[in-house]
Design a protein around this ligand. Structure first.
Ligand SMILES: C[S@@+](CC[C@H](N)C(=O)[O-])C[C@H]1O[C@@H](n2cnc3c(N)ncnc32)[C@H](O)[C@@H]1O
Length: 238
């Protein structure tokens, strides 16, 4: 495994706005909300700024998943770890015997590993570099009966913001159907983090007859940042 203390060329810790590329300067003002310990040396690739779950939202999702996990489900698999926003919150929650974090981009994975060390939770996480669908089928298959999946997939770029209703069938590179069907082979218990305008009818299509699924919006400053759908009888109490 790569040395997480030496940043590869595409990984940065910016110290001032002058260093930040113009297309991510909007995010600079929010850096402490994204990672409250940003100043301790948090690493991000320039692309990761767009997709990272802000810490207050990640903490809330972690609290909800901790509350909803059925008895005997003591492992959390974070399928798209990114720079570690959600993975770190799950590890911090203290709920899970182990957090398994999968990320296919090696530089982004190095960010997550480094950031988890800053937050003091690296020892609670097992990291995988690669494709989550393959890793679930191969390396993690024996853990399926004990696992809950969390997935914050790519949404196909910032264009999702202009859609009045976000089409989950054409979501790139993985449609809702692909995610749901692949993850269902592993566990029925999954939470998917999706655009706030996601088409609710499309979300409902995967709820078994006579069952319910909860949709939770996660808000900051009076605006929904995103929603989570909880499939597989994961019922959030509050
Ligand atoms: C929206 S970001 C996740 C952000 C993360 N939740 C965070 O808070 O930092 C999606 C990530 O999924 C990764 N990815 C895309 N396809 C993947 C796959 N098949 N398996 C694993 N990771 C994948 C991308 O490289 C990207 O880093």
């Amino acid at each position: 495994m790569a040395d997480t203390d030496v940043a590869p060329p595409e990984v940065h810790h910016y110290n001032s706005i002058e260093e930040v590329p113009w297309d991510i300067q909007n995010y600079w003002a929010q850096r402490h909300r994204i990672f409250s310990q940003y100043d301790d040396g948090v690493w991000l690739t320039d692309d990761a700024w767009f997709g990272v779950t802000p810490e207050p939202v990640a903490n809330k999702i972690a609290a909800h998943l901790a509350e909803t996990a059925p008895a005997g489900r003591c492992i959390l698999v974070d399928c798209f770890a990114g720079a570690g926003g959600n993975t770190i919150a799950f590890a911090k929650s203290g709920k899970w015997k182990r957090v398994y974090a999968i990320e296919k981009d090696p530089a982004v994975l190095q960010c997550a590993q480094h950031n988890a060390k800053i937050y003091g939770v690296d020892n609670k996480i097992t990291w995988f570099e690669g494709d989550c669908f393959q890793i679930l089928k191969n390396q993690l298959k024996d853990l399926a009966p004990y696992s809950v999946i969390f997935a914050s997939p790519p949404w196909g770029g910032p264009g999702y913001r202009s859609d009045e209703v976000f089409n989950l069938r054409t979501m790139e590179p993985y449609s809702l159907e692909t995610l749901y069907k692949e993850y269902s082979l592993f566990t029925p218990h999954m939470a998917l983090y999706l655009p706030r305008t996601s088409n609710v009818k499309q979300l409902a299509k995967f709820v078994p007859e006579g069952r319910k699924a909860e949709v939770m919006h996660y808000c900051m400053d009076g605006h929904s940042k995103a929603l989570c759908i909880f499939y597989g009888d994961l019922t959030v109490q509050q």
